[in-house]
Design a protein around this ligand. Structure first.
Ligand SMILES: [Zn+2]
Length: 482
């Protein structure tokens, strides 16, 4: 079954066909790195990680380019930096490392590229320059604004018209705007804020332009799939389309030209304080949750609802997810005992290995139906049931079914831990992933001779009860402190 995707732009489910199957391009709006990620921020990272895994399965690992940006210039970052009296990079390096470590603990693969806004100021300034040159943007009081009247299709993604945006006061009215819906591309920096030179005067970019400029610079237009949270449809993605197309095609571009061929948006995560009271209380940060639950349990809970539906986040959901994963790992552990082999290694007989992969088809089919993770997870549970039956009856195909379960799990990012290790303490697995991501971030900081960042990450590791042992040539190992 080919992949179909519910496309926000056309408001319909469409069969996915990449422009170039050898180079499938995906862009997802990433975090603004000023603080710890809330569990709601983890939902898009996990959902689009499943998409990334599915596309790699279909088109091949080397044929999918997944970009997830880091917003590292923003008001909240400036505020955090000035509160600590440090440069913004101190804040953004710290929280980028923590974000990536937290996502790794949730089984999220590193994206192919992770562009940072501050590393693309040149592309941003060039894009704004083109918009001004073709009269899609104008300068006013030190700002550069996008002229929404210059783009007749403004509002098509979100279904808004300029009139109802103004009537509904969904836009900020500022004296220097020609039209209330016009948005900032470049603005003057306040005292103490980071500042870059530009032909429009010293200042810094607005938020929306960074994604368009980085998409153009790293992937090229049009991209195949653009993703993000539902709350980004308006104004962020609406603005991305307007500025991205107008800078490319000139003023008055319409959607005969395409910015992103498919748009995917995940629904909200909702929390009910009462249902949360049992053990979670006020634990809402990924960073804290992964100390309480194995990362895989949190991932299971995040994928338990269809990505477009709202997800009700409760204690019960996490407990239930934990029980389900225990059951799945139990069938793997029982099978390993019976077959005497680990399901992590491919079967020696290539025919059997192909058969095992074929057995994962039910999971692939469910995911190809607009990323239907609840159905895919039900299919995974059915594979575990089938494995248990084969093991109990001592059937010859038990090793194939054992292998199928692990291969099917990989498509969703589950069941990749050793079953015994899972029962010895699943939390250790997520701790391990987190520690290794932090050590990699620290090594990077050391290579860049950013000693304060390296020291901060070491302090973070110490707080986790981990001791880092630096070896020759920059290699580092670690151990739990007694
Ligand atoms: Zn974005």
């Amino acid at each position: 079954m080919p992949l179909s995707i519910h496309d926000t732009y056309s408001r319909s489910k469409r069969r996915f066909e990449p422009a170039d199957p050898d180079r499938v391009t995906v862009y997802v709006c990433g975090p603004t790195v000023w603080n710890y990620a809330h569990i709601g921020n983890a939902r898009p990272a996990v959902v689009f990680d499943v998409l990334f895994r599915l596309l790699r399965h279909t088109y091949g690992d080397g044929h999918v380019i997944y970009a997830r940006n880091i917003t590292d210039v923003e008001d909240k970052i400036n505020a955090a930096a000035s509160a600590e009296g440090v440069p913004i990079s101190t804040i953004t390096d710290r929280f980028t490392a923590i974000y990536n470590a937290d996502m790794a603990a949730l089984g999220v693969l590193a994206p192919t590229i992770e562009p940072r806004a501050t590393a693309h100021i040149e592309s941003i300034v060039a894009m704004i320059g083109r918009l001004v040159a073709n009269a899609s943007a104008y300068a006013a009081e030190g700002h550069v604004l996008f002229d929404t009247q210059s783009f007749p299709d403004y509002g098509k993604l979100s279904g808004h018209t300029l009139d109802d945006l103004i009537a509904g006061a969904r836009v900020d009215v500022a004296p220097y705007k020609r039209n209330p819906a016009d948005f900032i591309l470049w603005k003057p920096s306040k005292l103490g804020e980071p500042v870059w030179d530009s032909p429009f005067g010293p200042g810094r970019p607005g938020w929306h332009i960074e994604c368009s400029a980085m998409i153009e610079a790293t992937l090229g237009l049009p991209i195949d799939i653009h993703g993000g949270g539902h709350d980004l449809i308006f104004p962020h993605h609406e603005n991305e389309i307007a500025q991205g197309l107008c800078s490319h095609m000139g003023g008055g571009a319409d959607h005969a030209e395409t910015y992103a061929r498919y748009w995917m948006h995940n629904g909200f995560l909702t929390m009910d304080a009462e249902k949360m009271s049992k053990s979670l209380g006020n634990v809402r940060l990924v960073h804290e949750l992964i100390d309480r639950f194995p990362g895989e349990v949190i991932r299971w809970a995040l994928l338990s609802a269809h990505y477009r539906a709202p997800l009700d986040w409760t204690d019960d959901l996490l407990e239930q997810s934990h029980r389900t994963l225990d059951r799945l790992y139990q069938s793997l552990q029982d099978a390993a005992r019976e077959t005497g082999r680990s399901a992590a290694t491919p079967l020696a007989d290539p025919g059997q290995e192909a058969q095992a992969l074929d057995g994962a088809k039910a999971v692939v089919d469910a995911l190809e139906d607009d990323l239907n993770t609840p159905a895919a997870m039900a299919a995974l549970s059915a594979l575990a049931t089938s494995l248990r039956q084969a093991v109990t009856a001592k059937l010859d195909d038990a090793p194939v079914k054992q292998r199928t379960l692990v291969l099917a799990g990989a498509l969703l990012g589950f069941l990749q831990a050793n079953a015994s290790a899972w029962f010895e303490g699943g939390a250790d697995e997520s701790l391990k992933a987190k520690v290794e991501a932090l050590i990699a971030a620290r090594a990077q900081a050391r290579r860049a001779k950013d000693w304060p960042a390296a020291d901060r990450i070491r302090a973070e590791l110490t707080a986790l009860g981990v001791e880092v042992l630096d070896g020759p040539g920059g290699a580092a190992t670690w151990r739990r402190r007694e």
